[in-house]
Ligand binder design. Structure first.
Ligand SMILES: NC(=O)C1=CN([C@@H]2O[C@H](COP(=O)(O)OP(=O)(O)OC[C@H]3O[C@@H](n4cnc5c(N)ncnc54)[C@H](OP(=O)(O)O)[C@@H]3O)[C@@H](O)[C@H]2O)[C@@H](O)CC1
Ligand SMILES: [K+]
Length: 496
């Protein structure tokens, strides 16, 4: 896991590194600029391309000036710099880098409040106007300049963070930003990159190491952590010699209804492919034929004999395609089992919120945004939504899997884990049912809820990434299920 820092903590790491390495802050800026340039050169190999670098007068602008000089030294001969002189102050390291730039053959134009801006004639923009020092929404001359640059419609590469995007906290829907095709960000992705509101600011981001003290960063108290492949390798267990189906647990899937049987089949199929020793689907009898045809490995039980099957199960999922006529309250009176509630089970919970108190500790809820808001109230932004999830996870001692491009996995202690895998090709019906089946299978195999959640979300996204890399622009949920075992194997093999 990697700590994701707030902008204040990032400044702390900055100050700590300067004091203890020790390194002069202007040299740290040089290191950051060099890291940016190296990443930029991978993205844009054509050294004849014309580049406009727009700089503010803080440290983000200072980075931009150093980048201009370094690009020129690396053979990019067509670089132009604009400086936005809209603030009353300039940082010391900005001033130092401006003085160095005067020795380079790079044209520099300065713009003051109310100045007109010339047409943008360059092919690429590097955005070094404002970075993590942003302290209010863009307005006045800054906004005018950003709108002028956006209107030029040339690819923009942001230094550290696109101008106008706050590094953390609420991103108001009215916020305007300098749209970046890519952001090259320093040391850690910024928290707001994981919130859907950042889609207005950029297409993607790359993280570059600028040598801040990693031990210090990892010892900071961080509410948000990013899951990495190495974490999954540490959690995921291979199949053991002499093991049998009883070794890997029994998953019970309570799901499906006349018109939504597919959800139950997908969930049960995902459980089989995610390694549950046994999977039983508790579905209406009319689904039996389809179940046998599609997944003969899955056992069947009618709703009437649910109580006995519940006894035998090592983990239970309730919800995919279930409909709203089942008695969830009654189910929650059965003996406590590792439990996943999804889809219609969440709607039933939202209709009778007093049932939250009956959930066994560490139950896993897997809402998408609308299901979450039905349960816990409307939210106008993701920052507030995630913070509500943190409070509710602590209050009810549940795990909340808030589904999103970067799924937030919120644990009963309020800690948030961010899942990095997954892609837009997976945005199709049934993907949530698959995730629920995977999660239930991992719980049945004895993984604790926190590990089962992290594993399921990571492998779900990773299977999707694998298929996307093989050329699938759209990934049906059944294809994803089939890709789970090879994804698993690839993770286990990468450990050897
Ligand atoms: N952390 C690290 O590890 C390293 C960080 N580095 C770099 O430093 C960058 C952060 O630099 P920074 O702190 O100087 O802030 P920056 O973004 O340049 O803003 C400057 C000033 O703009 C102003 N201002 C803000 N919002 C405004 C608005 N809406 N409209 C108008 N004005 C506004 C505000 O001035 P004020 O309002 O306080 O007068 C603010 O002080 C970071 O992104 C990275 O690129 C690397 O060099 C080295 C390692
Ligand atoms: K920027």
């Amino acid at each position: 896991m990697k700590n994701i820092l707030t902008s204040e903590q990032m400044r702390e790491a900055d100050r700590h590194t300067i004091a203890t390495e020790p390194i002069a802050s202007v040299d740290l800026m040089e290191r950051a600029a060099l890291a940016f340039v190296k990443a930029f050169m991978q993205l844009h190999r054509d050294k004849n391309v014309s580049i406009l670098i727009c700089c503010g007068t803080g440290n983000n602008g200072g980075d931009g000036l150093a980048v201009a000089r370094l690009l020129q030294q690396h053979g990019y001969d067509n670089v132009t710099v604009w400086i936005a002189r809209f603030a009353s102050r300039q940082s010391t390291d900005f001033a130092t880098n401006l003085a160095k730039l005067h020795y380079c053959p790079i044209p520099v134009s300065e713009f003051f409040p109310s100045d007109e801006f010339p047409a943008v004639t360059q092919s690429i923009l590097i955005d070094a106007l404002l970075g993590s020092g942003l302290n209010k929404l863009l307005d006045g001359d800054w906004l005018r300049l950003v709108q002028h640059l956006n209107a030029a419609r040339i690819p923009s590469i942001a230094v550290d963070i696109p101008t106008g995007l706050p590094a953390d906290g609420i991103v108001p829907s009215t916020a305007q930003m300098l749209y970046a095709r890519e952001a090259i960000t320093f040391q850690r992705p910024k928290l707001s990159f994981f919130f859907p509101e950042s889609a207005k600011a950029m297409d993607k981001f790359h993280v570059v190491d600028i040598g801040l003290d990693e031990v210090f960063i990892e010892n900071l108290p961080a509410d948000f952590k990013l899951v990495e492949a190495s974490d999954i390798r540490g959690i995921l267990r291979g199949r053991k010699r002499f093991s049998h189906k009883g070794t890997y647990g029994h998953a019970l899937i309570i799901a499906g209804n006349t018109h939504t049987m597919g959800a139950a089949l997908l969930c049960a199929g995902a459980s089989v492919y995610s390694g549950a020793g046994l999977t039983t689907a508790c579905i209406p009898a009319e689904g039996l034929l389809a179940l046998n045809a599609r997944y003969p490995e899955v056992m069947y039980t009618p709703r009437e004999t649910l109580a006995e099957n519940w006894e035998d199960a090592d983990a239970v999922a309730v919800g995919p395609g279930l409909g709203l006529t089942v008695d969830l309250q009654h189910m929650l009176e059965y003996p406590a089992k590792p439990l996943v509630l999804d889809a219609d089970a969440l709607t039933l919970l939202a209709r009778n919120k007093s049932l939250m108190k009956k959930l066994p500790p560490n139950s896993v809820l897997t809402p998408h945004m609308k299901e979450f808001d039905r349960l816990f109230g409307e939210h106008s932004n993701w920052w507030d939504r995630v913070n509500t999830a943190r409070r509710r996870a602590v209050q009810h001692q549940t795990v909340i899997v808030l589904k999103n491009q970067y799924t937030f996995m919120i644990m009963p202690d309020g800690q948030v884990y961010i899942n990095p895998t997954g892609n837009p090709a997976m945005a199709s019906g049934g993907m949530g049912d698959v995730l629920t089946g995977m999660l239930t299978a991992f719980l049945a195999q004895g993984y604790p809820p926190q590990e089962a959640t992290i594993l399921a979300c990571y492998m779900h996204g990773s299977a999707g990434d694998r298929l996307a890399a093989e050329g699938m622009a759209v990934i049906p949920a059944t294809e994803l299920i089939a890709a789970i075992p090879v994804t698993w194997d690839a993770i286990v093999q990468s450990n050897c």
